[in-house]
Design a protein around this ligand. Structure first.
Ligand SMILES: [Zn+2]
Length: 241
């Protein structure tokens, strides 16, 4: 009868595909756990350079890692981006656009992530396009985000705000005065009906998904969404007091 010690050690006996799958699961949880796993065995270290892992890795503690300037972190992020990881493409895009003011580069990263269906990227990319006078294209991406989230934008706003809190936002985009005061393209037949609906306060606290209600037209809804995002960049809050 085989004794327990006769069995080969488990990790060494795993096929490479399975090792990669295990590491991808670890990486999807956190970058720091992946670093620990790589140190654990030679097999993990060898399997850890597979593109599939970078494609699925998550930098959930990105905010903390962001400013410690660890070269290993940046090299890891670069590999994730080269492997088309939607989450890191979004994070890189946010940094490029809002912190380093490299708008073209930031938009390129955000677009790549949005095209892969990453909801926060669709949201921010849509908003930036909207403020850059490409309203139709912007609304198209905002609607993709909304549809992906089952019309629940509150969670997306919360996550975007959380990331923005850790960025040093130097590029504070805004809607031009004409846009925010004219309620561009209001489709409501009742004058000022939409304005009344969207002027309630306390959005941050309540995080209402159906904030706009059925009486706010699409045009006013997106105008308000963009306007509140721009406000959040400045004040840290979606609420406009
Ligand atoms: Zn309206």
């Amino acid at each position: 009868m085989a004794r327990f010690s006769d069995f080969p050690p488990t990790i060494e006996s795993l096929p490479n595909d399975l090792l990669i799958e295990v590491l991808a699961k670890v990486a999807a949880f956190s970058f720091t756990d992946l670093v620990q796993a790589k140190l654990a065995t030679k097999e993990f270290l060898e399997a850890s350079s597979h593109g599939y892992i970078f494609q699925h890795a998550s930098l959930r503690n990105f905010q903390k890692l962001l400013w410690n300037n660890n070269p290993e972190f940046w090299s890891f992020m670069e590999k994730c981006n080269n492997n088309g990881n939607p989450e890191t493409l979004y994070q890189k895009g946010m940094l490029e656009f809002f912190t380093y003011c490299r708008e073209a580069s930031g938009m390129a990263y955000l677009k790549l992530s949005a095209q892969k269906g990453y909801s926060e990227a669709c949201y921010v990319y849509g908003i930036i396009l909207y403020t850059a006078s490409s309203e139709d294209e912007g609304v198209k991406f905002l609607k993709i985000c909304e549809a992906k989230l089952g019309f629940k934008l509150a969670e997306c706003r919360r996550r975007v705000k959380e990331l923005v809190r850790y960025l040093w936002v130097k590029n504070k985009i805004s809607l031009s005065k004409k846009d925010s005061s004219d309620q561009r393209g209001c489709e409501s037949v009742v004058k000022n009906c939409c304005k009344k609906n969207v002027r309630r306060i306390g959005w941050d606290g309540n995080d209402e998904d159906d904030y706009y209600g059925e009486h706010t037209c699409e045009a006013c809804k997106w105008n308000e969404e963009v306007s509140r995002f721009c406000n959040m960049l400045r004040t840290g809050s979606y609420d406009m007091l």
